[in-house]
Design a protein around this ligand. Structure first.
Ligand SMILES: Cc1ncc(C[n+]2csc(CCOP(=O)(O)OP(=O)(O)O)c2C)c(N)n1
Ligand code: SF4
Length: 283
C-alpha cells in the first residue's frame, strides 16, 4: 500500500512543485516492484541536498541521507557492500549534473548496478534559484541577473557517451509513465539514469506549460547509442521514455565473481592483519 510509504515528516515543497509527481510515482513504483519480488526490505535509498532531497524524508524506505552531489558515491558503496540490494539515489540537476557529475560519469562507465533519479528543474532551487548546469541560455537568477550566457548541458548525451547501459527521461506531470520508467530502471541490471523534467513553480513558472506542450512519449527505444544521442538533441518536441538500453557486464559481478561478500565476509582481525602485512611489505 502506498500509504505505508509515507512518513510523519511535514511536507515543505511549494504547492504545485513537480517533486510531488516524482514522490507519487516512486511510491507507486515501489508497489509494482513488490509485485515483481523486489520487496522494500531489499531497497535502499539516498539523496543529495536540495529541494529534491526532501523526498528522502517523505519516503518510508531504509537508507542514508547523503550530501550535495555525493549520493551517487553513497549508493555505489551500498551496492558493493551488499549486491543483493536494489539501491536508488535521488539527485537534483545542480547536485548530480554539477558537483556530482564525475561520480555519475564513473558509475555509468563501470556499469555499477544502481539507479539514479534526477529531479531536473534547471535551477539550484533550494538555495534561491542560481543557474544550474541545465539552466537555459538567458535564465535569470541571483547569480545571473542579466541572464545566463551559457548553453545548457545535455545530461542524457553525457550519460550516453559515458557508456551508461540505461538512459531515460520522464516527466513529473505524467505519473503513470514515470512509475513504469522507475520500475524498468530499477529492474535493469546495471547503471540506470532516470532524468525527470521537474517543474519548479518558483524559479521556472513556465515549465509546466512548456513541458505539457512539448513532451511526447517515445514509442520505442533507439536501436543504438548514436540514434539515442540524436534523440537527446531534439528541442521542438521533448521525448520521454527509455532512450537507450543494453546489457553489459555488471561491476560487482566483475569484481567479486563467486564471492558472497556478505556471507563470506572476512573477520575484522584477519582484515587488519592483512592490511598490516601489506604495509610491512611497503616498508
Ligand atoms: C558540498 C555542498 N556544496 C554546496 C552546497 C550548497 N547547496 C545546497 S543545496 C544546493 C543547490 C541544490 O540544487 P539542486 O541540486 O539542483 O536541487 P534543487 O534544490 O533544485 O532540488 C547547493 C548549492 C552544500 N550544501 N554542500
Ligand atoms: S522552490 Fe521549486 S523545486 Fe523547491 S519546492 Fe518550491 S517549487 Fe519545488
Amino acid at each position: 500500500m502506498t500509504e505505508d510509504l509515507g512518513t510523519y515528516a511535514e511536507n515543505t515543497w511549494c504547492p504545485g512543485c513537480g517533486n510531488f509527481g516524482i514522490l507519487n510515482a516512486m511510491k507507486k513504483a515501489v508497489e509494482k516492484l513488490e509485485e515483481r519480488d523486489i520487496g522494500r526490505e531489499r531497497m535502499l535509498i539516498s539523496a543529495g541536498i536540495g529541494c529534491h532531497a526532501k523526498i528522502y524524508d517523505y519516503l518510508n524506505l531504509s537508507g542514508l541521507y547523503s550530501i550535495h552531489g555525493r549520493e551517487i558515491a553513497t549508493i555505489e558503496g551500498m551496492k558493493l557492500a551488499n549486491p543483493e540490494l536494489k539501491v536508488i539515489g535521488f539527485g537534483g540537476d545542480g547536485d548530480a549534473y554539477g558537483e556530482g557529475l564525475s561520480h555519475l560519469i564513473f558509475a555509468a562507465k563501470r556499469n555499477n548496478d544502481i539507479t539514479m533519479i534526477v529531479h531536473n528543474n534547471s535551477s539550484y532551487s533550494l538555495t534561491t534559484g542560481q543557474m544550474s548546469p541545465t539552466s537555459e541560455k538567458g535564465y535569470k537568477g541571483p547569480s545571473t541577473p542579466e541572464g545566463s550566457i551559457e548553453q545548457p548541458l545535455n545530461p542524457l548525451m553525457v550519460m550516453l557517451s559515458s557508456g551508461a547501459s540505461f538512459v531515460s527521461r520522464g516527466y513529473a506531470g505524467k505519473i503513470e509513465h514515470l512509475t513504469d520508467l522507475i520500475v524498468e530502471a530499477v529492474e535493469h541490471e546495471g547503471f540506470s539514469l532516470v532524468d525527470v523534467l521537474q517543474p519548479c513553480v518558483v524559479f521556472h513558472d513556465d515549465q509546466y506549460q512548456k513541458y505539457n506542450e512539448a513532451v511526447e512519449i517515445l514509442e520505442e527505444s533507439a536501436e543504438n547509442r548514436y540514434e539515442a544521442m540524436k534523440l537527446t538533441e531534439e528541442t521542438e518536441r521533448l521525448p520521454i521514455g527509455v532512450f537507450y538500453k543494453e546489457e553489459q557486464p555488471v561491476y560487482h559481478k566483475e569484481l567479486y565473481h563467486d564471492l558472497n561478500v556478505v556471507e563470506d565476509k572476512m573477520e575484522q582481525n584477519k582484515r587488519i592483519e592483512n592490511v598490516k602485512k601489506l604495509l610491512d611489505k611497503r616498508r
